[in-house]
Design a protein. Structure first.
Length: 455
């Protein structure tokens, strides 16, 4: 039923966006797409940007010359040492993230709008690539380690829940109800990278990703809700699992800070673009957006779209950042970013009828899945009970959970870390949360329909 609602609303919204072919002040979904192609030639109209110094952070980059280098490249678990390894430590991290199953699944996870029938709407995967592109460009201009920034950006949402932030809130609500650890996607991305995602070694055995400290730190500390300007990295080398909430500490590296800000730059403009494509934003909304830009940049004279916003933010950041002040924006552009964030919340994230699946529906889907798997607990016999299942949804869960237990039958093929004690009910419930968090939107809906409508 919920799947049908999503599909029907996707069709309706697509039809509405097609019908709204009238261009409001040169503003239309098509103009947004074409304008993005001109990203390289757009220059903000405010003065003083063109002569910006670059490579200002070259002495701060996380390279072998950095005094924190050995701490930065320390791996969570060992990785196979190849005789003729030609990659850097952070290039290996990038490759290990990109070739993991968790990274593949991001293609089918929601960014803001769940829209299985509209290929033009951003997914979690496209967002990740956009953050990566922005972070690498900024790092290059500032003289930071581009490979480190790229690896962090590629992994920063690796543990995001299905259905975007509504899924995240739903899993957190279920977790708190059952007295499990709070669910927040930054922490779950670290856990996913450290404990759940694996790659085969040269012997065909599954091993953990074993990422470096600098990349892991950037992942858990990537929270893009930047409420202060000019950020500097923290000095302390800490146990990342001691971090209890998003934004509690700053990243350990300048590259981590770049990703933190690039995340926000990437989603602000792109969410406006997606909302325009499906008819959530109208002429009045767009006029309000233009007035916001005029307020902070009076001589601004260009179409308001993702291209122009990215160019303003990136160019201003490169101009105004320094090792002495930190990484940040001029006051007008920092205020502009905050006003656009507030605009997005009012007109997109919290707008009525803006989404095709409500938070209540999302919670119902994920709670139904959780409750049905929770009923399968059999203390000492849980794993054997799951293995006897004939339906694909229980069978898949059985195969997944076995990989992270100390079950002797798995030792030959799996050399990854043991996570769960299957005799502990809380461990089992945590396993269900972890399993659901790795689902794609479609697989979560299929699993829900199986449990909600048994034949």
């Amino acid at each position: 039923m919920i799947l049908a609602i999503i599909q029907n609303r996707a069709v309706v919204n697509t039809q509405k966006s097609i019908e709204k072919k009238t261009v409001y002040n040169n503003f239309s979904p098509n103009s947004l797409i074409s304008n993005r192609l001109d990203a390289d030639i757009f220059v903000p109209s405010f003065k003083g940007v063109e002569g910006s110094d670059t490579k200002k952070f070259s002495t701060e980059a996380m390279t072998k010359e950095n005094p924190n280098w050995l701490k930065a490249i320390e791996r969570y678990t060992p990785v196979e040492q190849k005789k003729y390894e030609i990659r850097t430590e952070f290039e290996r991290d990038r490759n290990r993230i990109m070739h993991s199953e968790g990274f593949d699944r991001l293609r089918f996870k929601t960014q803001v709008f769940p829209s299985p029938d509209n290929d033009m709407i951003s997914t979690r995967s496209s967002h990740v690539f956009q953050v990566t592109d922005i972070a690498r460009n900024i790092s290059k201009k500032l003289g930071l380690n581009e490979e480190l920034a790229e690896a962090i950006a590629l992994g920063h949402d690796i543990g995001h829940a299905p259905f975007g932030h509504d899924g995240e809130k739903s899993l957190n609500k279920i977790s708190i109800t059952h007295r499990l650890q709070p669910f927040w996607h930054e922490k779950n991305s670290l856990r996913m990278a450290d404990k759940f995602l694996t790659l085969q070694n040269s012997k065909g055995q599954e091993n953990n990703l074993g990422l470096t400290y600098a990349v892991r730190d950037g992942i858990i500390n990537h929270c893009g809700e930047v409420d202060e300007n000019f950020i500097k990295p923290r000095k302390d080398y800490i146990n990342l699992y001691d971090i209890q909430k998003a934004g509690q500490v700053q990243p350990f590296t300048w590259e981590g800070i770049v990703v933190k800000i690039a995340d926000k730059i990437a989603y602000l403009g792109r969410d406006i673009e997606d909302a325009s494509k499906i008819g959530v934003l109208n002429k009045k909304n767009h006029q309000e957006l233009k007035e916001i830009l005029k307020k902070h940049i009076p001589d601004f004279d260009a179409e308001v779209n993702n291209t122009t916003l990215m160019s303003i933010f990136v160019t201003d950041l490169v101009k105004n950042s320094s090792p002495q002040k930190g990484i940040g924006f001029s006051k007008p552009v920092f205020n502009l970013m905050n006003d656009i964030k507030n605009y997005n919340y009012k007109n997109i994230y919290l707008a009525k009828d803006a989404k095709k699946i409500s938070q209540q529906q999302c919670y119902k889907v994920l709670k139904t899945i959780f409750d049905n798997y929770a009923l399968m607990y059999r203390k000492n016999d849980t794993l054997s009970f799951l293995q006897k299942a004939t339906d694909p949804y229980t069978n898949n869960f059985s195969k997944w959970i076995e990989k992270y237990t100390n079950n002797q039958s798995k030792l030959r093929n799996y050399k990854n870390t043991t996570v769960y004690d299957m005799t502990d009910y809380n461990d089992y419930k945590q396993a269900i949360i972890d399993y659901i968090s790795g689902m794609t939107d479609k697989y979560a809906l299929k699993t829900y329909n199986f449990f909600a409508n048994p034949s």
